[in-house]
Design a protein around this ligand. Sequence first.
Ligand SMILES: [Zn+2]
Length: 316
Amino acid sequence: MKRNWLRRQIALMVAIAVILSLFVAVALIVTMSGCSTPGVVASPTMTSPAPAQTSTVPPTPMASTSDASSETETVPTTLFSNFPTTKRVHSVKTIKTTTTTTTTTTVRTTPKPIALKTPGAVAITFDDGPGGHTSRLLDALAEYNVKVTFFVLGQSVERSPGLIRRMQAEGHQVANHSYSHKYLSQVDEATRANELEKTSDAIEALIGYRPSIMRPPGGYRSEAVYEEAKKQGMATVFWDVDTADWKYKDSDYVCNYLLNHTSKGRLILMHDIHKTTVDGFIRALPRLIEHGFTFVTVDELVHLEPGDVYPTYWRR
Ligand SMILES: [Zn+2]
């Protein structure tokens, strides 16, 4: 009788020890994964691929009016599908007839460990600047010797000429994103021409040549937009990975999204006017480099002629 009681006590203690060690393991997994900063709850790991990676259907721009800081672009629809962090100890059974203790445990943890994709050359693009965080971004790009493409607004070019000169001097590509972020398919022909021309004029005055590519604000597109770009010597460039950084404004989110979705040959869309974007990008950058990614300008990624549209599936 007493021996049975002793066996049960031992079995109980073994079970408690197993459960405690599982808690420690789960805590370790959670703290080691993703881009969470100390003392900050990890943001959700994105499990859904970017829209263009699952479908070749170009995103449809939203009809709402928006300023430069709230550009409406494609957003993954299942961003938070994997959000909850669950930890479940299924059952602990003690078998009386033998001295063996059997423990059946199911532990599920999210966020999932970061899954970086096959490395290769990637074109990172920043829209809507230059802004208050662009200088710090340029510092980080110089530190890691990474080249990117800036789709700048003409009105911001005039406000921050030094940043445009610095972009050019440090090997980045300077591209046209209209003068005041007007949706180019929604305005009359004269306004469309003027928005692009004034911006190219401002850029040329600073760096000595006109941009070879433009990106329509908000992704608003039409044949008239492509035709005007062609007249002014530019190709139209969209993106195929939209970080939706402008929407979430969370540096952990941006960092995790970049780690999970940066993929060989892709054009990645971000906005350097947001502190959270610059912070998240700077945190992800060394890990992407360590994994083997290289960063190129759009011109280095793909050869384009005036009037071209890239990625080509946007032209429908
Ligand atoms: Zn924009």
